[in-house]
Design a protein around this ligand. Structure first.
Ligand SMILES: NC(=O)c1ccc[n+]([C@@H]2O[C@H](COP(=O)([O-])OP(=O)(O)OC[C@H]3O[C@@H](n4cnc5c(N)ncnc54)[C@H](OP(=O)(O)O)[C@@H]3O)[C@@H](O)[C@H]2O)c1
Length: 449
């Protein structure tokens, strides 16, 4: 057996979807952090980002032999910074640490003591057979409440599903991915959708069928809903055979649609007035992230419901936040989506101005992606625009609704939102051009004249 004479330097080959290869090292986990059951794993700290996660041992590979390949794949500046941080770390560690190690297979068989030094790299693999909820934004310093939610899915590819019966209303772009992941992770789910045929696929995957929202709520302990807008959310609860008809003391209702805080307050009041327990849990993400179980959940309301939903949130998301009283999650989500919508419109404006002044749009994108504004969002949206692909990942009509609601929220506290107001005008124009059911990136078309 060949000895590898460096400080347990390995890299990780993880099925982590959109995350590129990344260097990291094994550290000891926080004292109160439970180690995931099942497969052997280690707690890893990533260079450059300071994020942490539990990583399966078979996802570890030597760092040095693969470093060059990885640098070729990942040209991002942040990755380069991470590699620089590794080199710096090695320089400092030289002489101090003399941990030697057998081959990878030997390593796998060993129990590695805490504080062992190791480099790991997340490898890009789009074969997302796992629904991962790795919290790459997790930091020991901030102490996110979702640390355990994040680790167990990432490591085992599975979680312990709640034994509570789950209901889900609304199988649109968001709801479909969420329900698939709930089922994959072993939850018992009853579904309902206004257009009933959309339920068929999920029935084949093992879901039960509810005939009305009221029936789903009667059959389940926790019912989630994720529908278009405030009107749909209210209709679903207050309408005939609606949610309210099924609410009994102790039943939980979780509103995941992105709506205004007033709608949340009203729904919370009617549900709790019948003895129900209410949580709002809108999500940040896209259809792709919903399918991948990588949403960010922003919750508020009844904390005990938030806790009861833990395995569901692990299945659908990479992390979750709890923001206190009902209405706060709607407020926060509207602010987030206002920024996202305005940013998308600005990108479209830049791409079209580049073209109008005789500049290459591809070069504009290449330069943008080498700068500080580089992100998956910018890259994907611009690539799709340049390919003329406006298939919805996040409907234009929904982001316009979010801008409209955010502007109105600004109104309510006399806070100026001129950027959002300008962006909203462009989205309105895009809607008038029949782009509502395209992706939000179709706001680009509002600039084509
Ligand atoms: N897509 C994203 O990337 C994304 C990201 C974050 C948050 N969100 C938010 O999540 C929510 C859902 O988004 P989505 O993308 O899943 O939307 P979607 O694909 O348009 O689906 C909308 C869902 O709402 C249902 N619905 C609409 N009006 C209804 C009514 N009056 N009564 C009952 N059901 C009704 C639809 O039923 P039918 O099938 O019968 O039409 C469908 O199931 C929205 O609030 C959106 O802003 C979306």
């Amino acid at each position: 057996q060949r000895w590898v004479n460096f400080s347990l330097m390995m890299f990780l080959r993880g099925k982590l979807g959109r995350y590129p290869p990344w260097p990291g090292k094994i550290v000891s986990p926080p004292k109160d952090l439970k180690k995931p059951r099942g497969k052997k794993c280690f707690f890893v700290k990533f260079f450059g980002t300071e994020d942490h996660a539990w990583i399966k041992v078979e996802q570890l590979k030597p760092y040095h032999p693969h470093k060059e390949d990885m640098v070729k794949i990942n040209k991002g500046k942040r990755f380069q910074q991470a590699v620089d941080a590794v080199e710096e770390y090695l320089k400092k560690a030289k002489g101090k640490e003399s941990v030697s190690l057998l081959s990878t297979s030997h390593y796998v068989a060993q129990s590695i003591p805490p504080h062992s030094l190791m480099l790991v790299v997340l490898s890009l693999s789009l074969s997302l057979s796992l629904s991962l909820s790795l919290s790459l934004s997790l930091s020991q310093d901030t102490g996110s409440t979702s640390i355990q939610a994040a680790d167990s899915t990432a490591v085992n590819g599975s979680i312990t599903p709640t034994d509570k019966r789950i209901g889900f209303l609304g199988l649109g772009l968001m709801g479909s991915g969420i329900v698939s992941n709930l089922l994959k992770m072993g939850h018992v789910v009853t579904v309902w959708n206004r257009t009933a045929e959309k339920c068929d696929l999920f029935i084949q995957e093992g879901a039960r069928l509810g005939r009305t929202p009221a029936e789903v709520v009667s059959m389940c302990d926790i019912t989630f809903s994720c529908v278009s807008d405030p009107k749909a959310a209210r209709d679903l609860v207050l309408g005939p055979s609606g949610v309210l008809q099924g609410i009994r003391p102790g039943k939980c209702y979780v509103e995941m649609s992105t709506v205004d805080p007033e709608t949340i307050t009203e729904l919370s009041q009617v549900i709790t007035s019948r003895g129900g327990r209410f949580l709002e849990a809108p999500v940040s993400g896209s259809q792709q992230l919903s399918n991948d179980g990588m949403l960010v959940i922003v919750a508020a309301g009844d904390r005990s419901v938030y806790e009861d939903c833990s395995s569901c949130f692990q299945a659908m998301g990479k992390t979750s936040f709890f923001l206190g009283e009902a209405g706060n999650a709607a407020r926060m989500m509207l602010v987030l989506n206002m920024v996202q919508g305005s940013f998308m419109a600005t990108i479209a404006e830049g791409l079209t101005l580049a073209q109008a002044t005789g500049q290459s749009q591809q070069t504009f994108l290449d330069i943008l992606c080498q700068g500080q504004m580089a992100s998956t969002f910018v890259d994907q949206k611009c690539q799709n625009i340049l390919q003329g692909n406006f298939k919805p990942d996040y409907y234009l009509k929904h982001i316009q609704k979010d801008l409209r609601l955010a502007i109105s929220m600004g109104d309510s506290v006399n806070h100026p939102t001129p950027m959002a107001a300008a962006a909203n005008e462009v989205y309105k124009r895009a809607k008038a051009l029949d782009q509502s059911d395209n992706d939000m990136s179709a706001v680009y078309r509002a600039y084509i004249h």
